[in-house]
Design a protein around this ligand. Sequence first.
Ligand SMILES: [Zn+2]
Ligand SMILES: [Zn+2]
Length: 144
Amino acid sequence: MADLDNEKDSEFKTKSVGRLTTEYCKICGNLCDPYNKPALSCNECSKKIHVECLKRGTVPTSFVGDVFFDLACSDCSPLGEETVVRNRMPWLNVIILTLYNLREKSSGISKRGYFHWKSDISTFVDRNWDCLFKKTVYDIALEN
Ligand SMILES: [Zn+2]
Ligand SMILES: [Zn+2]
């Protein structure tokens, strides 16, 4: 009985280590860190690419911590080009992103980390509606 448990244990460990290797960037080979080195993962092969290692060097929006995109890496994309498209944003993601950006960019209006629903949060979402929800954000960002 004890042997069987040990076997299960080691199998589990190998699996976890295997999973961790996908946390390295496909382009530069360095570790991905959600805070300092955020990365997108390819929808097809699940390999990760740092935001700064993308061909265009950044995501299509200027939000802080915005990694809510669908990525097809150059190996998986039918066009042979990296494509980055805004994924369908659930409201939870929108709110997380909004609060994070309000906190990072406008610390002045924060009341000890609290924001006013109407004047801060709704205004932010309103102003950035296209960048938050439009599928073709990639092209829009290029035009500006
Ligand atoms: Zn990288
Ligand atoms: Zn891929």
